[in-house]
Unconditional design. Structure first.
Length: 113
C-alpha cells in the first residue's frame, strides 16, 4: 500500500512538471527562457516517472534500465538544449527586451580579441 502511494506521488509530480513546462512555453517571454524551463521540467519529469517504474516492477533489469535512461537523459538533454540555444543566438534570435546581461556576447567579444 505504501509503495503504491509512493509510485502515485512520483507519477503525479512528473505530470505536474509537464504542466509547469507547458505553462512555461506559453508564459515565458523568449526562446531561451522557454527552453530552460522545458529542459529542466523534462529531465525531472522523466526521472520521476522512471523512478516510479523501477519501484513498481522492482526487478533488477527494469531498475538498471531506468537508471541508464535517467543517466542518458541527464547527460544529453542539457547538451542538446545548450546547442540549440547557441545556434539560436548565432542566428540572432532576439533576447527578451528586459534582459539585463548578455554574457555570451561578452564571451564572443573576448574570444575575437
Amino acid at each position: 500500500m505504501i509503495v503504491e502511494i509512493l509510485i502515485l506521488i512520483f507519477v503525479f509530480l512528473g505530470v505536474f512538471l509537464i504542466f509547469v513546462a507547458t505553462l512555461g512555453l506559453f508564459r515565458l517571454p523568449d526562446l531561451y527562457t522557454r527552453m530552460s524551463a522545458v529542459t529542466k521540467a523534462v529531465s525531472f519529469k522523466v526521472g520521476l516517472i522512471m523512478l516510479s517504474t523501477a519501484i513498481y516492477f522492482n526487478t533488477l533489469p527494469v531498475v538498471l534500465k531506468s537508471i541508464i535512461i535517467v543517466f542518458l537523459l541527464l547527460l544529453t538533454t542539457p547538451v542538446s538544449s545548450h546547442l540549440l540555444a547557441r545556434e539560436a543566438y548565432m542566428k540572432k534570435m532576439p533576447l527578451w527586451k528586459n534582459t539585463i546581461v548578455d554574457e555570451f556576447k561578452k564571451y564572443l567579444e573576448k574570444k575575437r580579441n
